[in-house]
Design a protein around this ligand. Structure first.
Ligand SMILES: Cc1cc2nc3c(=O)[nH]c(=O)nc-3n(C[C@H](O)[C@H](O)[C@H](O)COP(=O)(O)OP(=O)(O)OC[C@H]3O[C@@H](n4cnc5c(N)ncnc54)[C@H](O)[C@@H]3O)c2cc1C
Length: 418
């Protein structure tokens, strides 16, 4: 059969290799000047290719539509990905949290392996060729129109055009248009694995302070903090680990994870709470502060927190707890000390929303999986059309899960062309 694959990201590459290995004649159409442009920037240039955890753990890291992925992940999971890439000549290593990287720490080596495998499989790769539209008749794609050609010999078409984040890498939402134009439902897309914008900081006595004025916080990174999203005092989600303050709010590992959990919620009632001292109870923290204060009795409050907090946090924490910065420690009252303890354990901010989709690590939403068969990624509406990768309504947490989903669904589509 004559198979056309649209998009040379991990999904399209895996689909092309798989279809070619099944004996089909495969043309891979990519609008960029090279394959895997997004892959190149993944994992901060190191490419966290997959995650070598158990199947159940993998599934627990999928945020949207995990069940849809069962079959694709079982048939082509992390082990298959690793042996495929290694057969392309790139050595891999497994790091903390089962994250798999190229031994060289260079994403370009993953792309090199894929290039070699595409070549060995006899896939025709057409770069600098942008697909403009898919024309269908009688529930079949009969023509692919690109900016260079029109192909009417398409027995099967696999759409692997990615999501809508980092559009400069080529994934700018064309696939959603192809899906809609051929009668499919596209679940509205939103940013996932992204930073959060904060509106204000809550202080003692119900005071609020605009986040924009807390300039000293920018760039301050925190380790071993507990961050929760709360609504009306009720904790909805909680993560423990690292985060960083940004120009407009917060980012870093725990925030990215939380963003994927709350990206479809109404932000007006959501608050972000940071526990800066999760290892200590309020009583323990109070005793610790009393100890610290006993050696700084004659100092100003603002000069007594160095042992407790990174310097960038001190002005904002002082503002939040409501103690006058130049008050002498020996005149800080018990109530004021409790206010400091409360601030350190429950530092609270208003959430304005997620950062823009263009800067998100992945796109949530996409082609509705209700209209795609999970066994072969074939559309239930158009008989020779397949979808793979981030264009589908699936997304996962960080750790190599998203690339693996692209590879698994791509391989599934390519090896099941009928
Ligand atoms: C900064 C960053 C870091 C990341 N790090 C990781 C990581 O370490 N591990 C991980 O698992 N995930 C990571 N991800 C997510 C991961 O990169 C994506 O989930 C994955 O690349 C999706 O693969 P895909 O093949 O579906 O789409 P893409 O990789 O986006 O590929 C789609 C391809 O289709 C092409 N295309 C689009 N429209 C057309 C058209 N009309 N005609 C022709 N070609 C077209 C595009 O040019 C592109 O090459 C990261 C993402 C970002 C942005």
């Amino acid at each position: 059969m004559k198979v056309y694959v649209i998009g040379a990201g991990p999904a399209g590459i895996a689909a092309s290799i798989a279809a070619s290995r099944k004996g089909h004649s495969v043309t891979l159409l990519e609008k960029n000047e090279k394959i895997g442009k997004k892959l190149y920037i993944t994992g901060k240039g190191r490419c966290n290719l997959t995650n070598a955890c158990s199947f159940d753990e993998f599934i627990s890291n999928v945020v949207t539509n995990p069940k849809f992925l069962y079959s694709a992940l079982r048939n082509f999971g992390a082990a298959e990905t690793m042996s495929l890439v290694e057969s392309g000549g790139t050595e891999l290593k497994i790091e903390r949290g089962n994250r798999v990287f190229p031994s060289s720490d260079k994403s370009s080596d993953i792309i090199k392996a894929f290039s070699k495998l595409l070549n060995q499989s006899g896939v025709e790769v057409r770069l600098n060729e942008k697909v403009l539209s898919l024309n269908s008749s009688d529930n079949k794609i009969i023509e692919i129109v690109t900016d260079k050609h029109s192909y009417t010999d398409c027995d099967a078409v696999i759409v692997a055009t990615g999501g809508m984040s980092y559009p400069s890498t080529g994934s700018d939402g064309d696939g959603y248009r192809f899906a809609e134009e051929t009668g499919h439902t596209v679940v509205p897309v939103v940013a996932a694995l992204t930073g959060l914008r904060l509106s204000n900081m809550y202080g003692s006595g119900g005071k609020t302070f605009s986040f924009g004025n807390l300039s000293r916080l920018r760039g301050v990174s925190l380790k071993n903090v507990r961050v929760s999203v709360v609504r009306n005092g009720k904790m909805l989600f909680e993560e423990f680990g690292e985060m960083i303050f940004t120009d407009r709010g917060v980012s870093g590992p725990v925030i990215l994870t939380l963003s994927s959990k709350i990206n479809r919620m109404d932000f007006t009632s959501l608050k972000l709470q940071i526990d800066l001292k999760p290892a200590l109870s309020e009583e323990e923290l109070n005793s610790r502060i009393l100890r610290d204060f006993s050696v700084t009795l004659n100092k100003d409050f603002k000069n007594s927190l160095d042992a407790l907090l990174p310097s960038g946090l001190i002005p904002s924490v002082i503002t939040a707890c409501g103690i006058k910065p130049d008050k002498k420690i020996n005149s800080v009252t018990k109530e004021e000390r409790f206010s400091l303890v409360k601030t350190l354990k429950n530092w609270t901010f208003g959430i304005e929303g997620c950062e823009e989709l263009s800067g998100a690590v992945v796109t949530a939403g996409g082609v509705s999986v209700k209209e795609v068969n999970p066994a072969d990624m074939r559309s239930k509406l158009v008989e020779n059309l397949y979808f793979a990768g981030e264009v589908l309504d699936v997304d996962a947490f960080t750790g190599g899960f998203n690339i693996q989903i692209a590879l698994s669904t791509g391989y599934c589509a390519g090896s099941n062309i009928k």
